[in-house]
Ligand binder design. Structure first.
Ligand code: ADP
Length: 447
């Protein structure tokens, strides 16, 4: 087992990883920008190293600084968390070249799945169903028109290197295709390392359902069931739950087995998530994330397994601590992502926390790096807390969610807590009868 892990991240996820390390008896090193000198992840780590000025490019994405921090502190492994360098194959390779273990998959698997076109091709080869679309990149408008005619409108133009819902444009008919194609390519080029785009059939009312998997270096691959992440705005997740209200045990077991067999064939290692759209009883693979996900706690609450602990154990060469037939999905869990934003306009609202009170009691978990007096910097992601609740049934979980949201006080800034309180009461959410477009209609955003 490792003696010291460097956590190449910030905020709630750095804290989350620090907790898992502590429970394994591993010392931790926090890295931070000058804007985060007072951050909770720095305070709770055993050691900390300042790696640069506030812009992420110069600190949390600064590979030489992070590698130097690992070397001078004698860390024997690096956990990248999510976002930042977590899906950067070159970073993973460089970490290993320096004799440090990267807590995640191999650089080759990160690279393959990071390119959504290659990921879809790999999925087809492994017998995993995908959304109908172009076979590869679509390099000009004429090619886009041809694919769109063959799969039928509406179509979605997506960035091959995309993430965070960016670089994605819908065309409902041929007249819209030119503009959508240009916009998607422009957004892809501006946000990602390439402007390569591809085409997919745009599904009208799917749910987003994803499978959490764990794989070790002994050939074991297991799944921990699914998460339903259909509550989104701007293609970004806001509320997640497990199990999905739309799935039954047979469907779960069938797709879970297909996914595990596929990953076993390619020798995948560590944690990963396969994302699917689910419509009219059919699953369609859209992408794989080769890292820990923001919403991993709902799976942990239902399965009673610490996914970060498993990631660390797997990276150290140990087998996964349970087998597939020991995975028990117990009860129901829901997570709300709370952001420092106006709950109606979603305008960011960084600033100082004047008052802070977290909910508690049975089945309530808060993953957050906030504290009273903390000043939220404006440079980073606006998500400041995750409230996760667990109940024996979905109904108990919903009742608990409402009372936990009522108890939660974050003073001094605007947050999306009021929006979450409204969602938790909304009849369609309560019934579980929602798709990926429901939330945007609910909050009055254009879809
Ligand atoms: P990103 O990597 O940017 O998050 P994804 O491919 O994971 O992009 O898609 C994000 C979200 O966009 C999905 O959860 C879904 O809501 C929507 N989406 C993606 N592909 C399609 C599609 N073919 N049809 C309809 N919606 C889609």
């Amino acid at each position: 087992m490792f003696e010291k892990v460097l956590i190449a991240n910030r905020g709630e996820i750095a804290l989350r990883i620090n907790r898992a390390c502590r429970e394994l008896g591993i010392a931790t090193v926090a890295v931070h920008s000058t804007a985060d000198a007072d951050a909770m992840h720095v305070r709770l780590a055993d050691e900390s190293v300042c790696i640069g000025p506030p812009p992420a490019r110069e600190s949390y994405l600064n590979i030489p600084s992070i590698l130097s921090a690992a070397i001078i502190t004698g860390a024997d492994a690096i956990h990248p968390g999510y976002g930042f360098l977590s899906e950067n194959a070159d970073f993973a390779a460089m970490v290993e070249e320096h004799g440090i273990t990267f807590i995640g998959p191999s650089p080759d698997h990160i690279r393959m799945m990071g390119d959504k076109i290659a990921a879809k091709k790999a999925a087809v080869g492994l017998g995993i169903p995908v959304v109908p679309g172009s076979d590869g990149p679509v390099s000009d408008l004429a090619a886009a028109e041809q694919v769109a005619e063959s799969i039928g409108y509406p179509v979605l133009i997506k960035a091959a290197g995309g993430g965070g819902g960016k670089g994605m444009k819908v065309a409902h008919d041929r007249a819209q295709l030119g503009e959508a194609y240009r916009l998607a390519r422009g957004e892809a080029g501006a946000n990602f390392s390439s402007d390569v785009v591809y085409l997919e059939k745009y599904l009208g009312h799917p749910r987003h359902i994803e499978f959490q998997i764990l794989a070790d270096s002994h050939g074991n691959v297991i799944h921990l069931g699914e998460r339903d992440c259909s509550l989104q705005r701007f293609h970004q997740k806001l509320v997640e739950e497990s199990p999905s209200p739309a799935l039954n045990a047979d469907q779960r077991a069938a797709l879970g087995a297909t996914v595990c067999n596929g990953l076993k064939k390619i020798g995948y290692r560590n944690a990963g998530t396969l994302e699917f759209l689910y419509e009219d009883g059919e699953f369609y693979f859209i992408e794989m994330n080769t890292r820990l996900q923001v919403e991993h706690p709902v799976t942990e609450m239902v399965c009673g397994l610490d996914i970060v602990r498993e990631q660390i154990r797997i990276a150290s060469g140990a087998p996964i601590s349970i087998q597939q037939d020991q995975v028990r999905m117990n009860g129901h869990a829901i997570e709300c992502r709370i952001t420092a934003e106006n709950p109606e306009t979603f305008r960011p609202s960084p600033g100082r926390i004047t008052e802070y009170h977290t909910p508690g009691g049975l089945g309530v978990r808060v993953d957050s790096a906030l504290y009273s007096g903390y000043r939220i910097p404006s440079q980073y992601d606006s998500m400041v807390a995750k409230l996760i609740v667990h109940g024996q049934t979905r109904n108990e979980c919903l009742m608990r969610l409402r009372r936990a949201l009522d108890e939660y006080v974050i003073g001094g800034i605007e947050t999306t807590l009021p929006l979450h309180r409204k969602i938790a009461q909304a009849p369609q959410f309560v019934d579980g009868a929602y798709d990926i477009h429901w939330l945007e209609r609910f909050v009055g955003l254009k879809t």
